[in-house]
Design a protein around this ligand. Structure first.
Ligand code: FES
Ligand code: FES
Length: 208
């Protein structure tokens, strides 16, 4: 019988694109994405809570979509564009979303905050016209034990309102008339995506 106790663990070379940079990592196949981000790439802004997909503290964006990084193997993220909370600020300048969290006191201990920020960042890019009710429903997928959620909802709603106002004034400045979309989305097709990219009216344009 073969003794496998002291066999070296299998490693594999993977390539991850994180916050616009390409990284090569030698990892075990079972390494989770959140461990690769935190321990291999030292991007410790992404937090780990339950490690069971419940709390959302580990939320990052994968090709723009919020995902639980504790539920994915790092190798599964190869070929995708990953964004972590570190991508939001520009140096010491907070993003508008981070600023809104600060202004509305959308955080107390802050442990859950990176997950909420990335959840909101992905959601607002997909649904810039989101109502407060929709925001409330989305944030319910992450857990916060401190804020009672109301301030988080207020922060995201305020950020969305300001982005829409900024876009409107930008469009007015360029004389753009929003005449509607060919693909407004419906209950079957889901929300509109990339409907007006060419004229940059931005109803589905990602903010960053
Ligand atoms: S740590 Fe990933 S969902 Fe809780
Ligand atoms: S601010 Fe503490 S858990 Fe959310």
């Amino acid at each position: 019988m073969t003794d496998t106790t002291h066999q070296p663990r299998q490693q594999q070379l993977i390539s991850l694109q994180v916050n616009g940079e390409q990284h090569e990592l030698l990892t075990e196949p079972r390494r989770t994405l959140v461990d690769a981000l935190r321990h291999d790439l030292r991007l410790t802004g992404t937090h780990v809570g339950c490690e069971h997909g419940i709390c959302g503290a580990c939320t990052v964006l994968l090709d723009g979509q919020p995902v639980r990084a504790c539920l994915m193997f790092a190798a599964q993220a190869e070929g995708s564009e990953i964004r972590t909370v570190e991508s939001l600020a520009d140096g010491r300048q907070l993003s508008d979303l981070q600023q809104a969290f600060s202004e509305h006191h959308g955080l107390q201990c802050g442990f859950c905050t990176p997950g909420f920020l990335m959840l909101a960042e992905g959601f607002l890019a997909e649904r810039p016209e989101a109502s407060k009710e929709e925001i409330r429903e989305v944030v319910a997928s992450n857990l916060c034990r401190c804020t009672g959620y109301q301030t988080i909802v207020e922060a995201i709603d305020d950020c969305a309102t300001r982005r829409r106002a900024a876009l409107r004034s930008q469009l007015e400045g360029t004389g753009h008339q929003h005449t509607g979309h060919q693909n407004e989305g419906n209950s079957e097709t889901g929300p509109p995506r990339a409907a007006c990219e060419e004229d940059r009216c931005g109803s589905t344009t990602r903010s960053r």
